[in-house]
Ligand binder design. Structure first.
Ligand code: PEP
Ligand code: MN
Length: 312
């Protein structure tokens, strides 16, 4: 039996509903978050993503704004009307995050953090459970069971790529996981082509492939100015790129048997929301950029595939 999860009043994922969740990797500043939030809302995303607690490989990397970031997400949610999905990493933060967000994300690094799984299972907000980078589908489904067993039935699974041997892409996006999981669970399944590829230029193709594979939705990183991103700038779509992808998805999704969970907003406000400060930050901006930038300004140093900007 296919399960439908309610993300907000009138907004469902699963069954024949198709949902796009989009926003920056991390909450960085109020201006950048709002610019991204307005842009993704105008393009038709129905959930805003953004991390306030960031799982980073190095403790010297930007760790997220914590509670201050949650408040900024709440403000962006109020401004756009989009419910927020954000990561929780520590069982002790579950209450706090669930006060501010509509959906809690358990990231790939915590897929088998059993204390965290139990804790998110004891609260009622829907949970987005990401596949561990080295986890089998069995292990993903057992992780989901920890949440379900505590009484929270609102779990959405997310394929985000597994560790491979080829540094050409950050991870290997396992799209066969979508139909394979479908045979074994009724839970909604979404795909994250941003972490799955680590490269903005590969995201549109893999997003469309995910729809063709039968995904119930997409999780996509969009940043108003990727060259300023403190985290994962290389894989973030610019607002205009996201708008273009959404136009293509608008045609593809119904062909794959799904309907948009909510009618797409018109692109009326998309151009004004496309860049922060009305486009004040030029494409070639070097603000905040240091060595190792690609020609389009995105961080090109894919160190250890973590896309991290290591603090000095
Ligand atoms: C994220 O979505 O912000 C994230 C950190 O992804 P993952 O857990 O898949 O690495
Ligand atoms: Mn990220």
């Amino acid at each position: 039996m296919r399960k439908t999860v309610q993300l907000a009043p009138g907004l469902f994922i699963g069954g024949d509903h198709f949902v796009v969740m989009a926003g920056p990797c991390a909450v960085e500043t109020q201006e950048l978050l709002l610019a991204a939030a307005l842009a993704v809302a105008a393009a038709g995303a129905v959930v805003l993503r953004g991390g306030a607690f960031k799982p980073r490989t190095s403790p010297k990397s930007f760790q997220g704004l914590g509670e201050a970031g949650l408040l900024l997400l709440e403000e962006a949610s109020a401004r756009t009307g989009l419910p927020v999905v954000t990561e929780v990493m520590d069982p002790r933060d579950v209450d706090l995050v669930s006060k501010h967000a509509a959906m809690l994300q358990v990231g790939s690094r915590n897929m088998q953090n059993f204390a965290l799984l139990r804790e998110v299972g004891r609260q009622s907000k829907p949970v987005l459970l990401k596949r561990g980078a080295a986890a089998t589908l069995d292990e993903l489904l057992h992780a989901a069971d920890y949440i379900l067993q505590e009484g929270n039935e609102n779990v959405v699974l997310c394929e985000r790529g597994v560790r491979g041997f080829d540094p050409s892409t950050r991870y290997v996006l396992d799209l066969a996981a979508v139909p394979a999981l479908r045979q074994r669970t009724g839970l909604p399944i979404i795909v994250d082509p941003s972490h799955g590829t680590g490269d903005a230029s590969l995201v549109p193709a893999m997003a469309k492939a995910a729809v063709a594979a039968g995904a119930d939705g997409l999780l996509i990183e969009v940043h108003a100015a990727p060259e300023l991103a403190l985290c994962d700038g290389k894989q973030a779509l610019r607002p205009a790129e996201f708008l273009q992808l959404m136009a293509e998805l608008r045609r593809l999704v119904p062909l794959c048997g799904k309907r948009w969970a909510r009618s797409l907003a018109t692109s009326q406000t998309a151009s004004s929301a496309a860049e922060p400060s009305g486009g004040a930050i030029p494409r070639s901006s070097t603000i905040g950029a240091s060595d190792g930038r690609a020609s389009d300004g995105r961080a090109s140093d894919n160190r250890a595939f973590d896309n991290e900007v290591i603090a000095p």
